[in-house]
Design a protein around this ligand. Structure first.
Ligand SMILES: Nc1ncnc2c1ncn2[C@@H]1O[C@H](COP(=O)(O)OP(=O)(O)OP(=O)(O)O)[C@@H](O)[C@H]1O
Ligand SMILES: [Mg+2]
Length: 831
């Protein structure tokens, strides 16, 4: 389309050619476009007059928007936009109030050139503006874009009639299409004016397109926001309804407690805990009880803790046993040197388990001095079997409740340590080590050993009752291992249920091996050292064991090795590059003066003294039992904090001596005039009861008769009134101690012969073992000469000799350090 050449070339359209004088109506906030037919409310006098003038001439009129909508009187062209609309007046209605309603029809764009007059109405000179429409593809393309945009605009809810989209499709004239968009109420007056002023149709389409795309975006966003708001509202609504329904259901089920969520959760946990039916019923009952009491009640917390405990226990969680004997054996060997019998016992147990899964676990008791590997053996068993390991010390437990827990009626009550450890272990078949069963106490708070009995007794422990739990827990799959330093203090009912495994201690050679193979590598690693840094010579190892430790086990040995490592580690840290060879000299330098001396045997034969072998808490030991005769009326006094069993043992020995006084060459009056003082050094207090019997008796005979005792002999054995020698315990420990102290002969009960299998060959080669049945045989072996029996009348020599010899007390300082091992000048054992 191009400009329009004549006034009437199109039906209904008025066009003007060239500048022409026209009446003008100023518009407020309205822009009228060509092709628009709009009603126009005209109120201002000048506007009414202009309209009337146009109507009078049936001519066109100029409709131009004023820049300031609120301005009443227009006096100057600058107060109007320069571009306006040429319009035809289709209809005029004069209203009562003097205003006029006209229907005007846009005809084209015009530009105001100048004002002719402003009174009685505005008359201007204006010229029509032609549309400039380049006939290019670009215009066509843009037209289509705009048409599509209009459709989208309408579809997204534009505030225009829906037919607008169809109308837009049918428009073929690009300028008209652009002008049509001006119908949208989304356009501001300024935007409309911009459109009106743009005669370049391409440009006008661009403006419209930009406007539309922005408008579409706004509408889409608006739509999105609206739908989000809507869906949010839907969701809330839905939840609300569901919640109401839930409440109704819960009301039906009688579960109205506000803590419902927690209670439901607890209930789920109970269901999932794998509890036996009985326990589950109990737990659910507690949960129900919780839901019925007010949430503020402290009882809620108590019940929650209780149910949490029930839930946390490994009711049906168990580890799978490694039943591969070979790999188990390998693990045991990896962790411990020697201990062959014990390892074998463990492997036997495993082997039987491969055949019968239902086998009751035995209760092993490892008995032996400190540091012999009881605890670490337990750990190793757990590792070999692939089980968890838990450990609890019974030392100093007086209160039954520590084992079995407090009733829930106590404030802050908890389960006992058995259940606590089971929970920590996390499986119902751990290796459970009960340390120090021999140290378990007993007082007014109950008897912990009876509680322990329930734990260990296979007849009862499938329903072990913890006071707190109130429901039984099955302990049958637990492998219990107890440890003790001594067997005797363990309450008999407990002891009866255990399979005792003795770990009597190590020989010097074994200690050296353990040191070399286990302790040195372990401590090297602990101290960040390697073979590049340190080597300990064999001689130094011997010295370490002999002069710096005095123990049955290897704990101090390990500590001293750590000591050496620390010294070396320090020198390495300080820059030492060369390897340190720790020989005896360096060892003495590192560890200071030697601490222990072996050779507690007398340096010379003594009268009224004998060397006994005992087992104490720290292993086997030698003790010198001394006897002197004093004036007095009593039979004897015993010093050295000895127990009742020792006292009775001394009395039995004395009675035997009195009964055989004649054959021993002791006169009656000696007993009547003298009191025997028997002293056992306190440091070596034997804890194993009667085994010092023959030693005390020997010392007494020596004191009465004045016959010296062979200094190289150590002995152990219980004595009866009739002079029979009974077997004793802890033989291996005792012989190890005798060996270390340099004894050459050991006297022991024949009944202990079977135990000699445990004695290492290297020791049997160095010590002569004499097995005896009677006290006579003991005296035969130990006294330097035979007593002269009394034939008749007083035997002056015997009595005089006794008193003279008895005064000669052993010199406590007279002991000398014995070289080790002692020279072998005896044939091997006679046993
Ligand atoms: N036969 C052995 N082979 C290797 N290391 C051993 C051996 N015996 C003991 N040990 C080591 O000695 C140290 C002490 O052992 P453990 O703690 O097991 O002693 P214990 O018998 O339990 O002593 P306590 O009675 O004082 O509890 C541990 O480091 C252990 O590994
Ligand atoms: Mg231990």
């Amino acid at each position: 389309m191009t400009d329009r050449p004549s006034e009437q070339d199109e039906e209904q359209h008025v066009h003007i050619v060239g500048p022409r004088e026209l009446p003008l109506v100023a518009l407020r906030e309205t822009v009228i476009f060509p092709e628009m037919i709009v009603p126009l409310q005209v109120g201002r006098d000048k506007s009414v007059a202009a309209l009337n003038a146009a109507v009078a001439t049936n001519g066109p009129i100029a409709l131009v928007t004023q820049r300031q909508a609120e301005q009443e009187e227009i006096g100057d062209p600058s107060e109007l936009y320069t571009v306006g609309t040429l319009a035809r007046i289709a209809q005029v209605v004069q209203l009562q109030d003097g205003t006029v309603r006209a229907i005007v029809q846009g005809q084209g764009r015009l530009r105001v050139l100048s004002f002719v007059s402003t009174d009685p109405y505005i008359t201007v000179i204006a010229e029509e503006l032609p549309n400039v429409t380049p006939d290019s593809i670009e215009v066509q393309a843009l037209m289509r874009t705009v048409q599509a945009q209009i459709e989208q605009y309408v579809a997204n809810g534009a505030p225009v009639p829906p037919e607008a989209a169809v109308a837009a499709r049918n428009i073929t004239e690009p300028g008209l299409l652009a002008d049509m968009v001006a119908y949208s109420p989304d356009l501001s007056t300024e935007q409309r004016m911009e459109l009106l002023q743009t005669t370049d149709v391409l440009e006008r389409l661009r403006i419209v397109s930009t406007f539309l795309s922005r408008q579409i975006e706004i509408l889409e966003l608006k739509g999105k926001i609206q739908s989000e708001v809507k869906s949010e509202m839907d969701k809330t609504q839905r939840e609300y309804i569901l919640r109401e329904q839930l409440k109704a259901i819960q009301r039906e089920l009688g579960e109205e407690d506000p803590q419902q969520a927690e209670i439901n959760e607890l209930r789920e946990k109970v269901e999932a805990a794998g509890m036996p039916e009985e326990v589950k019923t109990r737990a659910l009952k507690e949960v129900d009880r919780m839901s019925r009491i007010p949430s503020a009640s402290p009882e809620v917390g108590v019940i929650r803790t209780y149910v949490d405990w029930l839930v946390a226990l490994p009711w049906d969680t168990a580890t799978t046993d490694n039943l591969d004997i070979k790999s188990a054996a390998k693990i045991l060997d990896e962790d411990h040197y020697g201990l062959e019998k014990i390892k074998e016992r463990i492997l036997e147990y495993l082997a039987v388990r491969t055949l019968a899964d239902t086998l009751r676990s035995p209760i092993l008791a490892f008995v032996g001095p400190p540091g012999v590997g009881k605890t670490s053996l337990g750990k190793s068993i757990a590792r070999a079997m692939g089980r968890k390991f838990v450990r609890m010390s019974l030392g100093g437990i007086h209160d039954e409740a520590e084992i079995r827990g407090h009733r829930r009626t106590y404030i802050g009550a908890l389960p006992g340590r058995i259940i606590q450890n089971i929970k920590t272990g996390g499986s119902n078949n751990p290796v459970f080590m009960l340390d120090e069963v021999d140290k378990i106490g007993m007082d007014f708070r109950g008897d912990p050993s009876s509680a322990l009995l329930e734990v260990l007794d296979p007849e009862q422990n499938n329903t072990f009752q913890d006071n707190y739990l109130e429901v039984p827990f099955d302990l049958t799959r637990v492998l219990f291992i107890t440890t003790a330093n001594l067997l005797d203090p363990i309450p008999a009912p407990l002891r009866d249920r255990m399979e005792v495994v003795q770990l009597p201690g190590y020989t010097e050679q074994e200690k050296i091996e353990i040191g070399k193979r286990f302790l040195i590598p372990k401590q090297m690693k602990n101290h960040g050292l390697t073979e590049k840094h340190i080597a300990i010579t064999d001689e130094a190892m011997v010295e370490l064991v002999r002069s710096y430790t005095h123990e049955a086990g290897v704990r101090n040995l390990e500590r001293e090795i750590a000591n050496v490592m620390r010294k070396v580690a320090r020198s390495v840290a300080e820059g030492r590059k060369r390897k340190t060879f720790v020989d005896v000299k360096k060892l003495n330098l590192f560890l200071g003066p030697q601490r222990f001396e072996y050779g507690e045997l007398e340096a010379e034969d003594q009268t009224g003294a004998a060397t006994g072998l005992v087992v104490t808490e720290v292993g086997g030991d030698v003790i010198a039992i001394e006897v002197t005769l004093m004036e007095g009326k009593e039979d004897f006094i015993l010093t050295g904090q000895l127990g009742e069993v020792m006292r009775e043992s001394a009395r039995a020995g004395l009675s035997w001596i009195r009964a055989h006084a004649a054959s021993l060459g002791i006169k009656r009056e000696v007993f009547e005039r003298n009191t025997l003082h028997i002293h056992v050094p306190a440091g070596g207090i034997p804890k194993d009861g009667p085994s010092a019997g023959i030693t005390m008796a020997t010392a007494m005979v020596s004191a009465f008769t004045g016959i010296p005792v062979n200094k190289d002999v150590a002995m152990t054995g219980e004595i009866t009134l009739r002079g029979r020698v009974l077997p004793i315990g802890g033989l291996k420990s005792k012989i190890l101690a005798a060996h270390l102290s340099g004894a050459k002969i050991v006297i022991l009960p024949r009944k202990n012969e079977k135990d000699l299998r445990d004695i290492p060959d290297e020791i049997r080669k160095q010590i002569k073992l004499i097995l005896v049945d009677t006290m006579d045989q003991v005296l035969e072996a130990v006294l330097r000469r035979r007593p002269t029996p009394l034939i008749a009348g007083p035997a002056k020599t015997a009595e005089g000799g006794t008193e003279a010899e008895a005064g000669k007390q052993p010199d406590p300082e007279g002991r000398v350090r014995r070289s080790f091992p002692p020279p072998v000048d005896q044939p091997p054992a006679m046993a």
